[in-house]
Design a protein around this ligand. Sequence first.
Ligand code: PBG
Length: 329
Amino acid sequence: MYPIRRNRRLRTNEAIRGLVRETTISPNDFLVPLFVVEGTGVKEEIASMPNYYRYSLDLLENEVKTLWDLGLRSVLLFVKVPDNLKDNKGTEALNPDGLMQRAIKTVKNTCPDMLVMTDVALDPFSSYGHDGIIADGKIINDETVNVLAEMSVSHAKAGADFVAPSDMMDGRILGIREGLDQHGFIDTGIMSYSAKYASAFYGPFRDALDSAPADIKDIPKDKKTYQMDFANRMEAIKETEMDIDEGADIVMVKPGLCYLDIVRDIKNVVDVPIAVYQVSGEYAMLKAAAEKGWLDHDAVMLEQITAIKRAGADLIASYFAKDVMKLLF
Ligand code: PBG
C-alpha cells in the first residue's frame, strides 16, 4: 500500500528496469520467412513490403549466410511459382526438382545447421489461388489433405527439418504425420498453422507470391470456408487442441498483433511451443507509417515484438527478424 510501496522505484533508471524486465528478445526467438523465385541474379523488392525481397537460388545462398552471421538459425521457405506451372491440383508442388525442393537443398548446402521449415499449402501452386483443390465451386477437404501429405514427404526427402502446413484443411496434421511416418521421416517435425484467421492482413504476402484467390465466376473469392472467422475465440482453442492430438509439434496463431488475446488463451491450455506469425500486412503498416515519419520504426518494431512474446509466443515468424538483429545484437 502507498506510501510504503512506491512502484516507481523499480523504474528509476535503465539498470534497474533491465534487472526486473520480464520479457527479453533473443536471436532464438525468430523464424525468418524467405521468398524464392526462379532465375539467376534475381533480388526483387516486393512493392508492398519495403526492404523485403524475392531471391533466386544463387542469391538465396548469400542471404542465408547473412542471416546465419547475424545469429538467425531458422528459415521458413515460400516459393513464387511461374503461372504456366499452376493448376487446380498443385501438381508442381510434388515435383522432386521443383523450386521448393531445390530451395531446401540450397539452404542446407549453404548452411547445414540452419533449420529449414517449409510452407505446405496449395495456393502458390494453384491456378485459383486457393489452399485446396476445387470441385463444383468448393474447396474439397480430403483430396487436398492427400496432396498436402505427399507434398510434405517431398519436402522431407529434399531435407526439410519441419513442414509448416498453412492451409487450414481439417485433418491435415494427421494426414501429414501418417505420410511422413510411412516414409520413414519420423524425425521431421510439423509446425501447424493451427489458429489461422481469414485476415485482410495477408495482402502484401499475396502480392509477393502472386497467390491471391482469382476473381473467377463460381469460385470463392476469399478463404473464409477454411480460414477462421476473426470474431471467434473458442474455435481457436478447438483447432489448436485437435492439431496437437493429430501430432503437431508446434502450433501457431496468425496474424500476430490483433490476435494476442488468442495467443494468451492458447498458452494457458497447451503444452507445446506456440509460434506467432507477424504477417505481411503488419510489416507493411509499420514501414509505411515510418516512411511518412509518423512512427519511430525501430521503437515500434521492438515494442511489437516484445508484446508478441509477452503474450506467450515461444517463437515468432517475422519479416523484422533481420532488422531486430542489426539493432540489438
Ligand atoms: C499460404 C500462406 C499465407 C500466408 C502464409 N502462408 C497467405 C494466405 O493464407 O492467403 C500469409 C503470410 C503473411 O501475410 O505474411 N497458405
